[in-house]
Write a protein that binds this ligand. Structure first.
Ligand code: ATP
Ligand code: FE2
Length: 326
């Protein structure tokens, strides 16, 4: 029996989740948003600083967990924005010291993958589509291997930038989805798949010019953006499935909340006799539960660290991590 608390703070969200034997007891989060413009790292860190105790206490209260019942604390070690990561790590050290429990450093991207286990997916190809990352991943021989990825920005950041040009604040994804549902004309946009990789910056420039020209309906642009960019993601994911022979697709990361992307994945899987899995929205966007959930799996396999010498890893890559727990 283990109770693991997980702390998430890599970017816009400060979250605390508690997991007991693979069961999520609570998932509390507070997200930094803007009316206009993108994330300013220092402001997001300030947000986390202000909210951390409140989120933590709310998680304990809602789940009826006593501090003395906590066996270990997992935290998001990276990748992410350094000022935000520091708030999470310092908070984790403070609580771990007070409770005299070990710390489990968790890679944020791997947590986005591992939380997919709640869906029942066993050995999937994973389409990880989030703010800063876009990767096609599958597990093989001790590591999560990257089969394809974005050559520039993450698909979420790309959508958020488009939203910013359209005068919408952060996060742009949910609003763009609403606008896309109102659009219907498919406007020609560049389609950028290079081998197994994708690229978004050229499409963004093209969209920016189209907005500035004033000749296009913004809902139609949002609709076309989704159709084209999600087709790029589904195409590369399908190719990875064909290559690896895997029969499951797992969608993860915040952009995975998008209903049209889910639908396109579903259709592709149906057509090739594969199964499609996607966690609920509260587990797709950044949250502490995915950190606690992954932390518990790692803890049970014997992974934990002492406070001394522990540091953040703002640039850690998915395929750098030795996955000894699978
Ligand atoms: P990373 O995991 O790469 O570090 P992140 O932690 O910033 O990035 P997540 O919290 O996983 O990312 O996802 C946030 C992103 O998801 C934002 O870019 C947001 O616009 C996008 N998003 C959320 N909901 C939707 C939606 N319905 N459609 C499209 N994008 C969405
Ligand atoms: Fe994330």
């Amino acid at each position: 029996m283990a109770i693991i608390l997980g702390v998430e703070s890599t970017a816009h969200t400060f979250g605390v989740g508690i997991v007991k034997n693979g069961k999520i007891l609570v998932n509390v989060k507070d997200t930094y948003t803007t009316e206009k413009g993108g994330i300013i790292p220092i402001e997001a860190a300030r947000h986390h600083e202000q909210k951390k105790y409140g989120v933590y206490e709310e998680a304990l209260r809602q789940s009826g967990t006593k501090e003395r019942d906590i066996d270990a604390i997992a935290f998001s070690q990276g990748p992410g924005l350094a000022p935000c990561l520091l708030v999470g790590m310092r908070f984790t050290k403070e609580i771990a010291e007070k409770l005299r429990v070990p710390i489990i450093p968790v890679n944020h991207c791997i947590a986005h993958i591992e939380i997919g286990r709640v869906t029942g997916a066993k050995d999937p190809v994973m389409l990880y589509a989030s703010g800063a990352n876009t990767q096609i991943i599958a597990y093989a021989a001790g590591k999560f291997r990257i089969f394809g990825e974005t050559l520039d920005v993450g698909v979420g950041n790309f959508i958020d930038s488009f939203a910013r040009y359209a005068g919408i604040g952060f996060p742009g994804g949910p609003r763009i989805q609403e606008m896309a549902e109102k659009g219907h004309a498919l406007i020609d946009l560049p389609y950028k798949v290079k081998g197994m990789d994708v690229a978004f910056s050229g499409i963004l420039t093209n969209l920016k010019q189209k907005i500035e020209s004033g000749k296009y309906n913004v809902n139609d642009l949002a609709y076309s953006l989704q159709e084209v960019v999600f087709a790029m993601l589904v195409e590369t994911a399908e190719r990875a499935m064909a290559h690896t022979g895997k029969k499951e697709l797992l969608l993860g990361g915040g952009v995975g909340c998008n209903k049209r992307l889910q639908e396109m994945c579903e259709i592709m899987c149906r057509e090739r006799g594969a199964k499609f899995f996607v966690p609920s929205n509260d587990l797709l966007t950044d949250n502490g539960s995915m950190i606690a959930y992954t932390g518990e799996i790692m803890f049970k396999s014997g992974i934990s660290e002492k406070i001394n010498g522990l540091d953040i890893k703002p640039r850690q890559r998915t395929d750098e991590v030795e996955v000894s727990w699978r």
